[in-house]
Design a protein around this ligand. Sequence first.
Ligand SMILES: *Cc1c(COP(=O)(O)O)cnc(C)c1O
Length: 207
Amino acid sequence: MEQVAGRAPGSVALVAISKTHEAEAIAQLIAAGQRVFGENRVQEAQAKWPALRAVHPDIVLHLVGQLQSNKAEDAVAMFDAIHSVDRPSLIVALAKAMDKVGRRPDCFIQVNIGAEEQKGGCAIADLPGLLAQARDAGLPIVGLMAVPPADVEPAPYFALLDKLARDHGLPGRSMGMSGDYETAIMLGATHVRIGTALFGTRPPVAA
Ligand SMILES: *Cc1c(COP(=O)(O)O)cnc(C)c1O
């Protein structure tokens, strides 16, 4: 896929999204060589990953779900990257947590690329201010993350995220999921977040 897209081999990280899946299913992927995983809830990750990591200390864990400020410390302690930095109060909480815990996970600013009311991510207009605040606070911002609107052609949204990242001098673009990762890679993704295509469909989420 990287070659078809004219991208250097190894330039796109596959983040295997293991949310809702049991340790047994995850262990199969680890056995197949996968080391980079993503979860969307801090508590679920705390329940599943310490045991797996005890056996495989080279596991890299990404948080891809919305993060409450009161979970910032737990998130900083557990994850190697956080894709959902999207508001001033969370930047403050993460900076404080990083100082306290003594770890500095890579951070992505999540952009609400389709301006959808119910979605996480900052408004495009708020991105410059948020980036400045995050850099001032000492957060290691490595890129941008977005989830485009469902059921429409995602390419324009991926192209827009790529442009925003370039405009702000950021190397990382976390974009592309099971249904659209090929398009995302064509348009510059550095991290694709793939769940269903690796693990099969997830059980419905309890309300
Ligand atoms: C669940 C999730 C994914 C993976 O989605 P699939 O369609 O199963 O590949 C990617 N990114 C985020 C933010 C998610 O919550």
